[in-house]
Write a protein that binds this ligand. Structure first.
Ligand code: SAM
Length: 324
């Protein structure tokens, strides 16, 4: 997919309410392609990279959030969405099946460590994709694999998502060869269970793409504790998720706010918007992982016809598990 296609798609997706229908479809960020140096140029292209926000924009973002606070989700609905989050992801996959599959070539650029494991001589390696959905990340990894000793586990707490993964035409062959596993697993399960077929501290690389944002802040601690159980000393956690003040957050209207920076989409799925500092606090200060990298990708998307400016923000991070 060319840069222009990505940009055009982003603009298109930003135009279409509700954003909820775009979950899992958000195209990746391709870093540093086009920089805006003169404000007057803004409507000359569809997208600009690394556009920081000025004080006026931040004020506007905060005003939108203040408005959201005037009409939060009712207590009754809060209980519904927070007590049965899995139900809404099941519905999401029932309705969308795997047709939100997108090209994941960016994985190779953004997370090269994944592909080190797929090299022929890499030896026994285990990758766990958490919140794997329909397998959008795990199958592209497996399609590149030349390592007979690579195991890729795809886990999700939606049974329907796991059924989609297992229903993939390649699943049986890859499972029989010991390269591919998939099971239902709740990252934040309170029993501290780890995924089926996986041993304690068996994972070299955990991939978490737009999954941590689906948890309530109250579940973060349990999720980190479960992560520690699955990760090998020296292992890596590769993270990508929504950043604070992303367009998807700002566009929420009435009756969507569950808690500070935590929302429910039109389809009942939940989403949190992180800052870099929060990730550092959750994963490093409290979680004990080592920060290898935490970065924001801020993009300005432009609808030239309507002269609209739309700001997107994603966070990307790599955390390392301390060696014993
Ligand atoms: C936004 S989707 C992202 C899917 C996939 N990672 C991708 O990027 O296309 C979030 C996924 O996380 C899953 N999920 C949400 N909460 C989870 C939890 N507590 N444990 C495991 N999976 C969870 C959902 O079922 C859903 O498949």
């Amino acid at each position: 997919m060319s840069e222009n296609h990505v940009a055009a798609e982003l603009v298109a997706s930003a135009e279409k309410p509700p954003l909820s229908s775009r979950i899992g479809r958000d195209p990746p960020f391709v870093f540093g392609q086009r920089f805006l140096t003169e404000d007057a140029d803004v409507f000359n292209h569809n997208a600009w990279d690394n556009v920081d926000w000025d004080e006026r924009q931040i004020e506007q973002f905060q005003e939108s959030i203040l408005k959201q606070k005037e009409s939060p989700v009712s207590d009754f609905n809060k209980t519904e969405y927070n007590s049965k989050p899995k139900k809404y992801w099941d519905l999401f996959y029932k309705n969308n099946r795997e047709n939100f599959f997108k090209d994941r070539k960016w994985l190779q650029i953004e997370f090269p460590s994944i592909f080190e494991c797929t090299k022929k001589e890499s030896g026994r390696k285990t990758i766990l994709e958490i919140g794997c959905g329909a397998g959008n990340t795990m199958y592209p990894i497996l399609s590149k694999n030349e390592n007979p000793n690579l195991r890729v586990f795809g886990c999700d707490y939606s049974d329907i998502a796991v059924d989609l993964v297992r229903g993939n035409e390649n699943f049986e062959r890859l499972h029989d060869s010991g390269n591919c596993y998939s099971s239902v697993w709740d990252l934040a399960n309170e029993e501290g269970n780890i995924p089926e077929d996986l041993e304690d501290n068996g994972v070299d690389i955990a991939v978490m793409v737009f999954v941590f944002s689906a948890l309530s802040p109250k579940q973060w601690e349990q999720a980190i504790s479960n992560l520690k159980k699955v990760m090998k000393p020296g292992g890596l956690i590769l993270f990508r998720d929504y950043g604070r003040y992303d367009l998807a957050q700002i566009r929420f209207k009435k009756n969507r706010l569950l808690d500070e920076n935590f929302y429910v989409r039109g389809d009942g799925t939940r989403v949190y918007f992180f800052t870099e500092e929060e990730l550092r606090e959750i994963f490093c200060t409290r979680g004990g992982f080592i920060e290898e990298k935490i970065g924001s990708d801020k993009r300005l998307l432009v609808n030239r016809k309507k002269q609209l400016k739309m700001y997107r923000c994603w966070l990307q991070a790599v955390f390392k598990v301390p060696e014993i």
